[in-house]
Design a protein around this ligand. Structure first.
Ligand code: ADP
Length: 413
């Protein structure tokens, strides 16, 4: 038989197997656990990536079989997979992103929870706002980031509007809602409430990144993110920027919705994000006389949780006061803690807390941010970039645009 292939040759070929999202090869990403070549030309490659059944594993397997199998002297190729360790995931997140967060960004943030859904209108924002408030009511330092850039609604739901200030380190101070929940949203930088956002992928990526790195989040136990519905640009950005984030998937009870919600979970699997659990919302309506109607069907949340092998964190009933509270900026969990919907949301919050024990030895809180000069935001166009650094804001004509009105955020490139 001809000379057998060497493991170096196999590794060289693996260098051409590129992760389509991260744009780097499996070798550069550091996810090749082992390459074994037997005397008879059998090659075994093991990668540390993905979860069992994840589409990325199948993609890698196909590419590796094809390319390594084409090498002279290879008689067969097997591709095995290991789960990446926590350190590998972290490293993968850092290496794999072209524009990752700088070292130290979010240093004081202990847990990031991304609230996702397959489609709009299932109560994702309402639950994000109320979850953040519920976490605060449970004694945790909570923050909410409105990453649903097109459908921003967290300020309305938490009843906080205004212009953020900038501290001496040129970081943006989040606004504060009831129960001390820190809030950041694109709305705070718009000239008018309810202004439409027409940004596309790259601008969104930049804006979200800057909300994470240029905001003075300080010491926070839970940063809860309201993701846009579906598995679009922003979700992908977040998954890349915060590999340690965990997802909560919101679904309504009918099986059709559960299928749509499943798509949101595919993003999590794709990027090795942990799914903390499922919340079923609009889960039945009980009349004042105690009669219960399952308006949106039943069982979808449990079905999805079982499919994903994660806990069903809570079933939130339909309750008018939850909607009214969200419309009026008074989260029901604070306004009426005994309401059935409030109790269910508190249950979900406690589930998240139980999953993420805060380390006994906490990092001491950072020195208080400077007095908070009022920022010059967002005076369109006329504003000087915030720093003489290479991170200066893009010129207005390239910068983020809001329908009709150029918007100049103090957001670095
Ligand atoms: P999404 O963020 O998924 O698009 P929203 O949070 O904006 O959805 O919710 C859509 C509407 O349904 C809002 O008016 C919200 O207040 C209302 N809503 C959400 N969940 C409930 C519920 N459990 N009971 C009553 N109204 C709800």
């Amino acid at each position: 038989m001809d000379a057998v292939v060497t493991s170096e040759q196999v590794r060289e070929v693996l260098g051409s197997v590129v992760d389509p999202e991260r744009g780097q090869s499996v070798v550069d990403l550091g996810i090749v656990r082992s390459v074994d070549v037997a005397d008879d030309g059998r090659v075994a490659v093991v990668l540390a990536v993905g979860a069992p059944g994840s589409p990325i594993r199948a993609q890698y397997e196909g590419a590796i079989r094809d390319r390594v199998g084409a090498l002279h002297g290879v008689s067969s190729v097997t591709v095995g997979f290991d789960l990446p360790s926590a350190e590998e995931k972290e490293a993968l997140g850092k290496r794999g992103q072209k524009g990752g967060l700088p070292e130290g960004a979010l240093a004081g943030v202990k847990n990031v929870i991304c609230v996702a859904s397959g489609k709009g209108g299932v109560g994702k924002s309402t639950l994000t706002a109320n979850l953040a408030a519920a976490l605060a009511a449970e004694g945790k330092r909570a923050a909410a980031l409105d990453a649903d850039v097109w459908g921003y609604s967290i300020p309305r739901m938490l009843g906080v509007h205004g212009r953020p200030t900038v501290n001496a380190d040129r970081k943006i101070n989040p606004l504060e809602a009831a129960a001390g929940v820190k809030v950041m949203s694109i709305e705070f930088f718009l000239e008018a409430q309810d202004q439409a956002i027409v940004w596309r992928g790259p601008m969104l990526h930049k804006a979200i990144k800057q909300f994470l790195q240029d905001v003075e989040w300080g010491e926070v136990d839970f940063l809860v993110l309201d993701l846009p519905p579906g598995t679009g640009d922003v979700s992908m950005t977040l998954a890349q920027l915060i590999p340690s984030a965990r997802m909560v998937i919101v679904t309504t009870p009918q099986p059709a919705a559960q299928k749509v919600a499943h798509r949101a979970s595919e993003l999590a699997r794709r990027f090795d994000l942990e799914i903390a659990g499922v919340i079923e919302n609009m889960s039945g309506f009980t009349t004042p006389s105690g009669e219960r109607f399952t308006i949106f069907g039943e069982g979808g949340g449990q079905l999805l949780a079982d499919e994903l092998d994660v806990p069903l964190l809570a079933k939130i009933p339909l309750q008018e006061s939850l909607r009214v509270g969200a419309d009026e900026g008074r989260p029901l969990v604070l306004d009426d803690p005994h309401a059935p919907a409030s109790q269910s949301i508190r249950q979900a919050a406690r589930g998240l807390i139980a999953m993420a024990p805060i380390p006994a030895f906490e990092v001491p809180p950072a020195a208080p941010a400077s007095s908070g000069r009022r920022s010059a935001l967002p005076t369109a166009g006329a504003q000087k970039p915030p720093a003489e650094s290479p991170d200066a804001a893009p010129p207005p004509e390239q910068g983020p645009k809001v329908t009709g009105t150029p918007l100049s955020l103090p957001l670095s490139r």
